[in-house]
Write a protein that binds this ligand. Structure first.
Ligand SMILES: [Cu+2]
Length: 139
């Protein structure tokens, strides 16, 4: 990204840079620095399970990948067949859904990783126990 070399006052080139970022499958977004000023950061987005998508035995997919806080996981699946539930460690380990968990089921769900451990399961009967769950650490 050449953002740093461009004048922030030049809004045309600024917008172009954001577009370039989008084309490169990266999202540009604003992070408040300690002074409260906006800094543009770049996040990668990952399709969970790659070509197979969000499905059974996807649990090893995060292995060997390095995720950063702000990166986006894209869960692709048939919305009639699965869902995505963001759970805590206990929910991940025991395939249960803690009260108040975030559930999404569009079939094309974009979820931004938070710093630390991020756990996701499918909570349709028998799915999580058949390894339809992932644990992702974001630095
Ligand atoms: Cu499922």
């Amino acid at each position: 990204m050449a953002l740093a070399t461009q004048s922030p006052a030049n809004s045309a080139s600024y917008s172009a840079s954001l577009l370039d970022a989008a084309k490169a499958n990266r999202r540009a977004y604003c992070i408040r620095n300690p002074l409260g000023l906006c800094e543009i950061a770049h996040a990668k987005s990952y399709v969970v399970g790659d070509m197979k998508g969000w499905t059974f035995f996807v649990d090893s997919w995060p292995k060997g990948k390095r995720f950063r806080a702000g990166d986006v996981l894209v869960f692709k699946y048939l919305p009639t067949a699965h869902n995505v539930v963001k759970v805590n460690h206990l929910g991940y380990r025991t395939c249960t859904v803690p009260r108040g968990s975030y559930i999404t089921r569009t079939g094309n769900d974009h979820i931004r990783l938070v710093k630390g451990n991020n756990y996701f399961i499918c909570n349709l009967p028998g799915h999580c126990v058949n390894a339809m769950r992932i644990a992702v650490y974001a630095s």
